[in-house]
Design a protein around this ligand. Sequence first.
Ligand SMILES: NC(=O)c1ccc[n+]([C@@H]2O[C@H](COP(=O)([O-])OP(=O)(O)OC[C@H]3O[C@@H](n4cnc5c(N)ncnc54)[C@H](O)[C@@H]3O)[C@@H](O)[C@H]2O)c1
Length: 344
Amino acid sequence: MPTQKSILVTGCAGFIGANFVREFKKRYPKTEIIGIDNFSTGRRDALDKQITFYPHTKRGLVSSARTKGDPRYGVGVYEGSICDRKLLEKIFKKHRPAYVFHFAALPQVSYSVEHPAETTEVNVFGTVLLLEMARDYKVKRFIHSSSSAVYGDAKELPTKEGSKLLHPRSPYGLQKYTNEPFLKMFSDLYSLDSVALRYFNVFGPGQYGGSAYATVICNWLEGLYFRHKGKPFLESDGKQSRDFCYVKNVVDANIKAMKVKGSLRGETINIGHGKRTTLIEVRKLVERYTGKELNLERRPTRLGDVRHTHADISKAWRLLGYLPLIDFETGLRETVEWFEERRK
Ligand SMILES: NC(=O)c1ccc[n+]([C@@H]2O[C@H](COP(=O)([O-])OP(=O)(O)OC[C@H]3O[C@@H](n4cnc5c(N)ncnc54)[C@H](O)[C@@H]3O)[C@@H](O)[C@H]2O)c1
C-alpha cells in the first residue's frame, strides 16, 4: 500500500501538505511523492531540502538536489498551479499517481470575501480539473481537503455530516461545499473513487501565526515568541469554543482514507478532535506550557464569527477507523516546542 509507485500531493508546501509529505515519507519510504505547489502561501523551507527536487522549473532547469539522492524516492515538486491543464497533464502522464491528496487551495476566509472569483477559480475550478485528470489517468482514490466552514454556524453540536442545515457563510465555505457534490458526481458518472475530509480548526508545527487563517493558538504563540509581530488579542468573551484538531491527526486521517478497502464514493467525513475547548482554557494551557503570561488585547466579537465548532467524529471512526492519535494537550505542547525552536 500503495501498490503503484507514486502519489500526487497538491499544496505540498503548505501547512498541512508539508506535514503530510513528511509523515508519508516516513511510513512509505519507497513510494515516489510528487507535489505541486505555486508557493502562493506555501513555503520552500517547509520542504526537506535533502530529498526535494524540482523536476520542472520555470526555466526548465533541474535542481541540483535531484542528482544527489535517488529521485525516484525523493519528493519531486512541480512549481505551478493546479489550474494549469498542460502542467497537470504532464504530471499525470509522467507519474501516473495511484492516489491524489488534494490540499492546495486559497484557504483564507477573509481573502475569499474580497476575491470571490479568484478563490473560486482555484478552489472550485482547480479541484474539478484535478478530478478530471484523476478520472482520465485512473487514480485509485482522490482524497480531498474539505472544511468545517461548510457548516457555517452549525445549529447542532457536535455536528454530524448529515446535518441538513449547511449554511456556508463565506465564498470559501461555499467553494468547499461545492466541491463535495462534484466528488460524488465523479464517483457516480465515472467510478472515480473519492472522499472529502472536513477538517476542523487545524493547528500544529508549520502553522505560522499572524494571519487571519491561523488558529488562535498559533496567533497567540506568534505574539508571545515574536513580539514585534504585534500584540495577541482575544475577540469576544473567550467563552467561544473550537474543536481544535492537531495536524498529525489530520495527516493520519488522510493516510487512513487511502488505506480503506472497497469504495468510499465521495463520502464526506468530519475530521476533528471530537471535543471542544474554550479560548479561556486555551489561554491557561498556553501560559502553562510556555511559562509566559499572555497579555491579550480585548476586541469586540468579529462580525459573522462562529461561536462554537464541535465535530461528531463517529463516521470517521466507522468508515476510516479514525480516532485522534494525539490529544489536544500533547499537540499543544509539541506546537509550543516548534515555536521555541523557531526562535533559536
Ligand atoms: N488549516 C486548517 O485549519 C484547515 C481547515 C479546514 C480545511 N483546510 C484545508 O486544508 C487544505 C490545506 O490547508 P493549509 O492550512 O495547509 O493551507 P496552506 O495555505 O498552508 O496550504 C495551501 C497550499 O496550496 C498552495 N496553493 C494555493 N493555490 C495554489 C494553486 N493555484 N496551485 C498550486 N498550489 C496552490 C499554497 O501555496 C499552499 O502551499 C486546504 O484545502 C484548506 O482549505 C485547512
